[in-house]
Design a protein around this ligand. Structure first.
Ligand code: SAM
Ligand code: SF4
Length: 339
């Protein structure tokens, strides 16, 4: 049965945060110190994540699962979870291209320790990986992530390729006055390494609340910057994917831009999220959460949980209000929600 919201959007993509913890402290996401971590008992177990995922995939025909965080690789035994999730099957009767198969299983990681788990994740059924990389300069990397680990992330990207993940995508958050002078260098990095770089507009989800419109580098500027040197053509039909994509006319690959602020794509949104503590969110910017963990732990059966999921999706709003005066920032920041 499809999970359809009041605006006719069918939910196909579930983002699952497996931890709120992280080994980095990116300035646009977390404060240097003072994050309050969830107590372990409040974080969903692998069995609980599997049970919820089964409802989404096998009952509601969700065909994409993305593991995120916090930093998903700091959760012990991540490959065990991947193994469990790769055993799920999208119903044969589904209209999804994944019908009868495992859902598309992916992870978003900062890459710093990815080499340690790449092979094991691949063997256990992980299909795709996005690695975050905002700068190619060591000192700036230290400034942006508060960790001197650029070399480890670059190695993580190589490890992902060696393990056979394809495509490997790079997520780069661009912030005005911080790394906007590196748009072209990051694009060249993608061309040279055969990876798809996806530029992300800075969103008002930083823990320190320092986001401002003047810090957002809009999609049009990012694309113009690259196209001035390497001509680009738009790849048609974005569909529900968050990124608009362009291909290099010379055939050297593809770039993407996630234009959350300058060109909101809410009309095509097919995503929902579960936080590490089992709260269900129907939008990254939602101010309401639905407590699935309580139902998992009070003995509720799958029908009750499914009904709560349907109720929540029935309340999914048309779109975020970042560009309106009445925009309210969610109480939790990006690492606590699961980006
Ligand atoms: N730790 C992993 C990582 O960094 O890839 C996964 C979680 S992180 C919250 C997911 C993505 O959100 C990353 O690509 C990160 O760069 C992005 N992100 C974090 N804070 C953001 C913000 N305020 N605006 C835009 N993107 C942000
Ligand atoms: Fe950690 Fe990812 Fe947030 Fe950076 S963006 S602090 S790596 S969760």
């Amino acid at each position: 049965m499809d999970l359809v919201d009041p605006f006719g959007r069918t939910i196909r993509d579930l983002r699952i945060s497996v931890t709120d913890r992280c080994n980095f402290r990116c300035t646009y996401c977390m404060p240097q110190e003072g994050m309050k971590w969830l107590p372990r008992s409040e974080v969903l177990s692998f069995e609980e994540i599997e049970r919820l995922s089964r409802i989404f995939v096998e009952r509601f025909e969700v065909d994409g699962l993305r593991l995120t965080g916090g930093e998903p690789t700091v959760r012990s035994h991540l490959p065990v979870l991947v193994h469990k999730l790769s055993g799920l099957r999208v119903p044969v009767s589904s209209r999804s291209p994944m019908a009868g198969k495992a859902p598309d299983l992916s992870v978003t990681t900062n890459g710093a320790t990815f080499r340690l788990v790449a092979e094991e994740l691949r063997i256990n059924g992980l299909q795709r990986v996005n690695i975050s990389l905002d700068t190619l300069k060591r000192d700036r990397f230290l400034q942006m992530t508060r960790r001197d680990e650029l070399f480890r992330v670059l190695d993580g990207i190589e490890a992902a390729k060696e393990a056979g993940f394809s495509p490997v995508k790079i997520n780069a958050v661009i912030e005005r006055g911080v790394n906007d002078d590196e748009i072209l260098d990051l694009a060249c990095f993608g061309r040279d390494r055969g990876v798809e770089v996806r530029f992300i507009e800075f969103m008002p989800l930083d823990a320190s609340g320092e986001w401002g419109r003047h810090k957002v580098v809009p999609q049009d500027e990012i694309v113009a910057n690259i196209a001035a040197v390497f001509p680009l053509e738009l790849v048609p039909a974005r569909g529900a994917a968050p990124a608009d994509r362009w291909r290099y006319v010379d055939g050297a690959g593809i770039i993407g831009v996630i234009p959350t602020v300058s060109h909101p794509f809410c009309g095509d949104c097919d995503r929902v999220r579960i936080t590490a503590d089992g709260q269900f969110r129907t939008c990254l910017f939602a101010t309401t959460e639905f407590d699935l963990r309580a139902l998992l732990r009070d003995g509720s059966d799958d029908d009750v949980i499914a009904a709560e999921i349907q109720r929540a999706v029935g309340l999914k709003w048309a779109g975020h209000q970042i560009n309106q005066v009445n925009f309210i920032r969610p109480a939790r920041s990006m690492s606590q929600i699961g980006g």
